[in-house]
Design a protein around this ligand. Structure first.
Ligand code: PXG
Length: 465
């Protein structure tokens, strides 16, 4: 057997990768022709690839490495836990200290009466748990017909059958017969793309009222829950108008349905509070968490559940759980991550230092000829690329053509910035300094200039009619 190491030539690693490794959300044939970028190590907010390039990670991995790379304490916590108790389950009336301590700590951090945690291995699994949990909750109350979950188009809630069904990604639904039964979608509060000539505030209220209309259409006695990300992440960092969430909260309160806030991206400091719900004034019955809980150092997710929901669920056996629910190594790593977040005042750093600095610097990109909108909330931000800023017009070229060029120009300038169609998004590690934010903006601006020139040369600066 070949020993495969960091020291092999990039091309050899790429050939083995193409031969054997199936990538998520990737056209394998296209990638094989090009070769995957090989990341070999990372420290702080910087990645190193197999060619020795040092790349500023504007995406915190995949929206998850909140405390930054290379923290020895997390490696130590994992090693310590592996030596002491690498695995035990939490089924069959058994528990262990890492799961107890982490659940108790999360209950302390979570707002209101969100005091109970059901652990999963990922955000997708946690959302699958949520589907089963809300349906079982209503069944236990003698209302088994309350099983429909309302979500939103262009939402992202994961990639399992349940997660992808809750999500509102048309491309994902086009494969494999999704969504599963009794999940329906209303429109998103995406003013820039869909608000036409309404004010953002009127539009936000109108989009929220679609929830009330959907409840009326299907009947309150059939609706179990509404699920939403406080700020859509994978959909393109879509920050809702300020009128949106108060109206959604009013509707959930007025009708007897549960509110699930999917905090997989917005949780653990991303918006300048522990949870996005606190930033946006949302009072959920259940929160989905993952990613920043362990800063991505170990896989773990979960559902934080209110006293009321947990009490009802606890009346009977809930036939649900995962081998790795509350995995001791992941739990120990997550606890250490939360300790560092707390002791190093990382939330305060986001709120008082990094987010205000990013907000000002990011907004300055709006003067670029290709940028129709530049918005941020905490340390998540997006740019809408447009060939005609005044009209907020999309490109005539297929969606994502120019966005893809921009992403490639970012990489060429040693910056990871993701594109979602023709929106560019960032969510850097929360520990990023003002100096590195300035470097990020400098590289982004250069990439935008190069994208504009490339789009002009290829005749891509036409607006759709
Ligand atoms: N909910 C939300 C809000 C997410 O952003 C999940 C659930 C699923 O989590 P897991 O751990 O099962 O992946 C996510 C994940 C992207 C991208 O391209 C975003 C996610 C995952 C993969 C890619 O922006 N978010």
């Amino acid at each position: 057997m070949t020993r495969i190491t960091n020291h092999m030539p990039t091309a050899a690693l790429q050939a083995l990768d193409a031969a054997h490794h199936m990538h998520p959300f990737t056209a394998a044939a296209e990638l094989a022709a090009k070769g995957a970028r090989v990341i070999t190590r990372a420290s702080g907010v910087r990645l190193t690839d197999s060619e020795g390039n040092e790349i500023l990670d504007g995406m915190a991995g995949l929206w998850c490495v909140n405390i930054g790379y290379g923290r020895e304490e997390l490696a130590e916590a994992a090693a310590r836990q592996m030596r002491e108790l690498p695995y035990y389950n939490t089924f069959f009336q058994t528990t262990h200290v890492p799961a107890i301590a982490l659940a108790a700590r999360i209950a302390e951090l979570a707002p209101g009466d969100l005091n109970h945690v059901f652990f999963a291995g990922s955000g997708s699994e946690a959302n699958d748990t949520n589907i089963r949990m809300v349906r079982q909750y209503w069944a236990a109350l003698g209302k088994p017909e309350k099983r429909v979950i309302i979500s939103r188009k262009n939402a992202y809630h994961g990639s399992t059958m349940g997660g992808a069904s809750l999500g509102g990604m048309a491309a994902m639904h086009s494969q494999g017969g999704l969504p599963i039964a009794d999940i329906v979608h209303i429109d998103q509060p995406h003013w820039y793309a869909e608000g036409s000539d309404m004010t953002p505030e009127d539009f936000g209220r109108a989009r929220a009222r679609q929830l009330e209309e959907k409840i009326a259409e299907l009947g309150e006695d059939r609706i179990a829950a509404f699920i939403a990300e406080p700020v859509q992440g994978a959909g393109g960092v879509i920050i809702p108008p300020e009128s949106y969430w108060p109206e959604i909260q009013r509707i959930c309160d007025a009708h007897d349905i549960l509110l699930i806030a999917d905090e997989v991206i917005t949780g653990f400091g991303r918006t300048g509070n522990w949870f996005g719900s606190q930033t946006l004034g949302i009072r959920p019955d259940i929160m989905t968490i993952a990613k920043g809980l362990s800063s991505g150092y170990a896989p773990i997710g979960g559902s934080i559940v209110s006293d009321g929901v947990a009490e009802v669920l606890g009346r009977d056996e809930f036939y649900h759980g995962y081998t790795y629910s509350g995995h001791p190594v992941s739990a120990a790593v997550a606890l250490e991550n939360l300790r560092i977040m707390d002791e190093e005042r990382i939330i305060e750093h986001v709120r008082d230092v990094a987010a205000p600095h990013l907000a000002a610097a990011w907004a300055s990109l709006a003067d670029h000829p290709l940028v129709g909108e530049a918005r941020s909330l905490g340390l998540m931000a997006s740019l809408a690329l447009s060939p005609d800023k005044a009209r907020r017009a999309p490109f005539a070229a297929p969606a994502g053509t120019v966005g893809h060029i921009c992403r490639e120009r970012c990489f060429a300038n040693n910056l990871v910035m993701r594109h979602v169609g023709d929106r560019m998004v960032i969510a850097p590690p929360l520990v990023i300094t003002p100096a590195d934010i300035d470097l990020l903006i400098e590289r982004a601006r250069k990439a935008l200039d190069e994208t504009w020139a490339a789009a002009r040369d290829k005749g891509l600066l036409e607006a759709a009619a």
